[in-house]
Design a protein around this ligand. Structure first.
Ligand SMILES: [Zn+2]
Length: 352
């Protein structure tokens, strides 16, 4: 890792391509138009919107409207105040959840730093631009910029990018690009990035295979991918909703169980296991792929209730045990630990 604090570098000439057909785009005031197909992509409040479909929680229109509402207030509110404003205008998120999610956003840069530490531990050094898929409020983007990397953040939620941009502006990184797009239809040419990071993304996408293939496409030969996701077969609490052992239920029972136990829906979350990810990765035909039980830093636990934090501290001690325990523990923790890291080094771009 290059240590060059507080020197966020804007991407040199970030060119986009059509996320539908990968044709070249022509830039107009307020929009991009594809030269090869009829697609038009608006630039809204300075953020290009390349989405083919919306975030499952909100329509494209409602997401843009909410984002614009927040953008209008970003001038007078700092980052924590803008996060608070978001939850104030989002009553469907229960107050207790909002408090936890807020802590999650506020610890974003610290979590970003722990992702940088994991990348270093896995030998995935960035020697070129880094792409953060599912960047949310841009905590990793800020951390990577502070470490001297060229970095681009992509998220399907326009509203989160508006809040993320406020975080970056507060840290002096307003020039860093944040792009609204679907992870399985990226608006970047082949091989544009040296490293792709996708933290807590795979459990939220309609097709993990399509996202991994697309990440491989935009990753340069010799590049790397680090994707952390929640492990379905973890006996502890499911981190989004706090229901113990939820992943062991058949999928069709999960939503009714969470509604009954917690009074909230369990929709649009599709947890993977070591077995299902292993099958997917083998199908992608890339030899240098691995699954690991990830190390967790205190910042990554910040949004969880104290009971879950204590469990994960114990998990962290187990992952951190060196030889002779590691060969015994790691396979077990890969099968039944709370999270999984998908690590790939691309000798050539991944094939779908
Ligand atoms: Zn096109």
């Amino acid at each position: 890792m290059i240590a060059r604090p507080m020197t966020g570098r804007p991407m040199a000439a970030l060119t986009f391509c059509c996320p539908r057909c990968k044709g070249s785009l022509e830039s107009f005031t307020g929009r991009y138009e594809c030269r090869a197909c009829p697609a038009v992509y608006p630039i809204i409040a300075g953020i290009p919107d390349f989405r083919l479909y919306s975030d499952p929680y909100i329509s494209l229109e409602a997401d843009r409207e909410k984002g614009l509402r927040l953008a209008a207030e970003a001038g007078r509110l700092d980052f924590p105040a803008l996060v608070a404003r978001y939850y104030a205008i989002t009553p469907e998120v229960l107050p207790q959840q909002a408090r936890r999610f807020t802590a999650h956003h506020l610890a974003g840069v610290q979590r970003g730093n722990s992702i940088l530490a994991r990348l270093a531990a896995y030998g995935l050094a960035a020697n070129g631009p880094v792409l953060d898929l599912g960047c949310g409020t841009a905590g990793f983007v800020a951390a990577a910029a502070a470490a001297g990397h060229e970095v681009v953040g992509v998220d399907i939620a326009f509203r989160w990018l508006v809040i993320g941009r406020r975080r970056l502006a507060g840290l002096g990184y307003e020039a860093l690009p944040l792009v609204c797009a679907c992870a399985d239809h990226l608006p970047f040419p082949d091989g544009r990035f040296s490293l792709v990071v996708a933290e807590n993304l795979l459990e939220h996408v309609p097709s993990v295979a399509a996202v991994l293939a697309e990440a491989g496409r935009v990753c340069a030969p010799g590049g790397g991918l680090l994707a952390r996701t929640v492990n379905r077969f973890a006996p502890g609490p499911e981190p989004h909703v706090g229901v113990w052992g939820l992943g062991f239920l058949p999928r069709r029972w999960m939503d009714p169980a969470v509604r009954r136990l917690k009074g909230i829906p369990y929709e649009h979350i599709h947890l993977q296991s070591a077995l299902s990810l292993g099958r997917l990765l083998r199908a992608l035909g890339q030899p240098d792929l691995a699954l690991r039980p990830p190390l967790l830093s205190p910042a990554e636990l910040a949004y969880l209730p104290p009971g879950q934090q204590r469990l994960l501290v114990w998990y962290g001690r187990l992952v951190g045990l060196g030889p002779p325990w590691q060969p015994l523990l790691w396979p077990l923790l890969t099968l039944f630990g709370p999270y999984l890291d998908v690590i790939a080094r691309t000798a050539a771009p991944l094939r779908s």
